[in-house]
Design a protein around this ligand. Structure first.
Ligand SMILES: Cc1ncc(C[n+]2csc(CCOP(=O)(O)OP(=O)(O)O)c2C)c(N)n1
Ligand SMILES: [Mg+2]
Length: 778
């Protein structure tokens, strides 16, 4: 006893010291985030009359949790996705750590300044995961944890590299997004580890107060999928009050208090708390003396003493998770707008303190006028001590410099006289797997339950499924014939997902950030059905927004799917491909084009100024040209278009075709040649690349050069199995007439002959369009 006592008290005083430091930093982070938003809205000159915005209340509810994460719990290798509306707290914390400049805060939400929502690509300080579209930043941490396991188990990172926790500090309303639950289920299937989701449970969303008892559903759901749920409800002071006379009554009263009433009382403050508690519980002598012992301010502080603002409770809970790699969900009760005059008001989401309120708040913190950006002003602790503490915090691992690109071998493909681009894709992937080597080792594939039907079966047979837990192929062991070998092991290179396209794109986002997140470059390829890009579109956009690098191969596509019908026939995906920043789209017609495009794509994915790649493929078997691509043709294919049948000089007409519809265009050209012998046939392999190059280079663009041999008053007929707008802009290149053919209405079941005729894509339609276009020019 005598020996242990001094040691204990030293530990206790060390802990008190640390808590004092953390609480001081928390106060500063709340001030800086509030001030950053205030400065942007009220002090920086406003040139356009638009509200600048920022979310002081959302920041306030998360500030204790984020302080505890960044200044206490976080260790080397950890990565954090910060809920979008707490970006100013994130910026403030980086500023305190010396990793964010004052100018960035002064320019919050201005061009070049700190971003409204944390952004990997736009913020100047390292951001682990961009956030903005609620739910996605949460989900991506789960897929990042799978990627961390993947690179570790494949030996792509040093053995002693720290295994980090993938952490999401999330808003409670993010749980309304279905993608969060899709991710949870997938994580359960894959035995995801090293995940922390910390829920800022302020019981408010944007429009108001959320349902009572949501926490019960959270506990049940997370428990079902194997997570540990840690509820952080009441702070130390409230807990002490619960233990005092009348405390049990008080606890039951708060437990039963509806969310909206609690919020309203929180907003109204101590006097109203007193009235209400007197009315409801004043008969109890214990409550009477509690009320007598607290003035209004103290009563307000007591009644809002939730664990999500109690540094000791939070840090203890984080510490208790220790080395346990089981996914943890912390439900931390908080007050939206905590410690600010906005606290608890149901309309506070976009609320801003007015200048008088900010001045009062500043003065209450002991920050002098003019010291607003000072990192330590007003804190009851020596600046040197704070600085020394901050300098010891582990940096989140630096965004790694791009390593050497993985050398690209020429891709091989066994050609057949007739093939679809989808079949070609499958064969190329199969050959990559068979060849093996440093390139193949970095390729990782994933698909939401359409692995076989998108032709990845051959690749998977060679490389196996990735799984942390080994699992044989039961069908094989029972000698049951099957074309698919589904062996699961830590060496597998295919991540099989359930049917959820959001998960596919979040998985691709995480795989495509493997290098900056974990220091190991991967070359991810994901497959899905083209129409279901729409299902995962926001996650695709999110992946591109973060500059994740991957190849998404969408197949089958368009009406060409024929008997399968309108529900599966994509129409506007070519426009998505053109319109999505960070994504270069291609729609090859022939397999040799695809081969060249994939070689380019794997290289593009690795370039500092590169990006993700989208291939729109088809299941239609097409006669393959007998040719070898020379350098010029290859360059044209990659630039987005080439003449399959060049026009004669001064030709009056060009048919311009993209993708699976090419045989119809070839057939039409033979007939068009009978009345317009100098016509040509241009194949477009990438409307997106052509268009971007045209915007950048105008008359010197690739498409302008290609169209140059045509007569200036010549006509164009464009055709693709997709929305005609994809190619109709070609009229603008040289100011020519165009008849754009394509699909504008929902498709339906049928065979190709009937469907192409019904939707005006067959040779007859192309010939008729050519005649009309020529006639209009005369
Ligand atoms: C996908 C998406 N839909 C809508 C929004 C607009 N929005 C921004 S914040 C928000 C409510 C967030 O509530 P919560 O997650 O609880 O955050 P907090 O209460 O901590 O501010 C909404 C609907 C968004 N950012 N993303
Ligand atoms: Mg909320």
């Amino acid at each position: 006893m005598n020996i242990a006592a001094p040691a204990l008290s030293a530990a206790a005083s060390g802990q008190a010291d640390r808590l004092a430091l953390l609480t001081a930093l928390e106060r500063k982070a709340l001030w800086l985030s509030t001030w950053t938003i205030h400065h942007a809205n009220h002090i920086r000159p406003n040139r356009d009359g638009l509200k600048v915005g920022g979310h002081q209340a959302s920041c306030a509810s998360a500030v204790t949790l984020l302080t505890a994460l960044y200044f206490h719990a976080m260790r080397e290798g950890d990565r954090i996705a910060v809920k979008p509306h707490a970006a100013p707290v994130f910026h403030a914390i980086q500023y305190l750590l010396g990793r964010q400049k004052k100018e960035a805060l002064e320019n919050f939400r201005a061009l070049g300044g700190a971003q409204s929502y944390p952004s990997r690509t736009k913020d100047k300080t390292p951001v682990d995961f961009s956030t903005g579209s609620v739910g996605l930043g949460v989900g991506v941490t789960l897929f990042a944890s799978l990627v961390q396991d993947y690179v570790r188990l494949h030996g792509l990172v040093p053995e002693d590299a720290p295994t980090g926790r993938m952490i999401a500090l999330m808003g409670d309303a993010e749980l309304d997004e279905g993608n969060v639950f899709e991710a949870l289920l997938e994580g359960w299937k894959h035995d995801a580890r090293n995940l922390w989701w910390v829920i800022d449970y302020n019981r408010q969303s944007l429009d108001g107060v959320i349902n009572d008892h949501l926490f019960q559903k959270i506990q049940a759901f997370f428990g079902t999928v194997g997570w540990k749920v840690v509820t952080l409800k009441y702070g130390q002071r409230l807990k002490a009050a619960f233990a005092a006379p009348g405390g049990a009554l008080l606890e039951r009263w708060i437990d039963d208090c509806p969310n909206d009433l609690y919020s309203a009382l929180t907003f109204q403050g101590g006097a109203v708390w007193r009235q209400r508690l007197t009315a409801d519980l004043g008969h109890d002598p214990g409550i009477k003396s509690l009320l007598a012992a607290h003035d209004d301010d103290a009563l307000h502080a007591l009644m809002t003493n939730l664990a999500g603002h109690d540094m000791a409770a939070i840090t203890a809970a984080f510490d208790a998770a220790g080395e346990d790699d089981t996914p943890h969900c912390f439900v931390a009760y908080t007050v939206k707008g905590f410690n600010l005059p906005l606290a608890g008001h149901k309309d506070n989401h976009a609320g801003l303190l007015n200048p008088a309120q900010v001045a009062t708040y500043r003065a209450s913190l002991g920050i002098a006028d003019g010291q607003e950006w000072d990192r330590f002003a007003g804190l009851d602790m020596p600046a040197e001590k704070l600085q020394a503490f901050l300098s010891r915090r582990p940096a989140s691992p630096p965004m790694r410099e791009a390593s050497q690109p993985i050398a690209m071998p020429a891709l091989a493909v066994p050609m057949a006289a007739e093939m679809s681009t989808q079949e070609g894709f499958g064969k190329i992937m199969h050959e990559v797997a068979r060849a093996g080597g440093p390139f193949a080792e970095r390729v990782v594939t994933t698909s939401p339950d359409v692995t076989v039907s998108t032709n990845l079966g051959g690749w998977v047979n060679q490389t196996g499924l990735f799984s942390r837990i080994e699992h044989g192929d039961v069908f094989r062991e029972h000698r049951l014939p099957s074309a698919q070998k589904w062996v699961r092991s830590a060496r597998g290179q295919h991540i099989e997902l359930g049917i959820a396209e959001n998960n596919l794109f979040l998985q691709l986002a995480a795989l495509g950030l493997s290098e900056p997140l974990f220091g190991a470059r991967l070359l991810p390829v994901g497959t899905l059905y083209d129409p279901f890009i729409a299902r995962g579109l926001d996650a695709l956009n999110y992946a591109c927004y973060q500059d994740a690098r991957f190849m998404v191969v969408a197949t089958p596509s368009g009406l060409t799917l024929a008997p399968e019908g309108g529900a599966h026939q994509s129409i506007n995906t070519p426009l998505i491909g053109m319109g999505q920043p960070g994504l270069t789209s291609f729609e090859p017609a022939y397999v040799d084009e695809l081969q060249a495009i994939m070689e380019w794509g794997f290289d593009h994915m690795q370039r500092p100024d590169g990006g993700a790649v989208y291939l729109r493929l088809s299941t239609r078997p097409v006669d393959q040209p007998k040719r070898t691509l020379d350098d010029a043709l290859r360059a044209d294919i990659l630039a987005g278009a080439y003449w399959l049948r060049p026009p004669a000089d001064g030709g009056e007409l060009a048919v311009i075709a993209s993708g699976a519809i090419l045989p119809e265009a070839i057939g039409a050209l033979a007939r068009i040649g009978e009345f317009t012998p100098r016509a040509g046939l241009l194949v477009v392999t990438s409307a997106g690349r052509l268009h971007a190059d045209w915007l950048a280079n105008g008359r010197r663009s690739h498409i302008a050069r290609l169209l140059a041999p045509l007569a200036r008053d010549g006509a164009l007929v464009s055709v693709l199995d997709g929305h005609p707008l994809t190619l109709s802009w070609l009229a603008g290149v040289r100011g020519q007439r165009i008849a754009p053919l394509g699909v504008q209405k929902f498709g339906q079941s049928g065979d190709l002959t009937d469907l192409y005729a019904a939707y005006g894509l067959d040779a007859d339609a192309i010939v008729a369009a050519a005649r009309k276009a020529l006639a209009e020019g005369r």
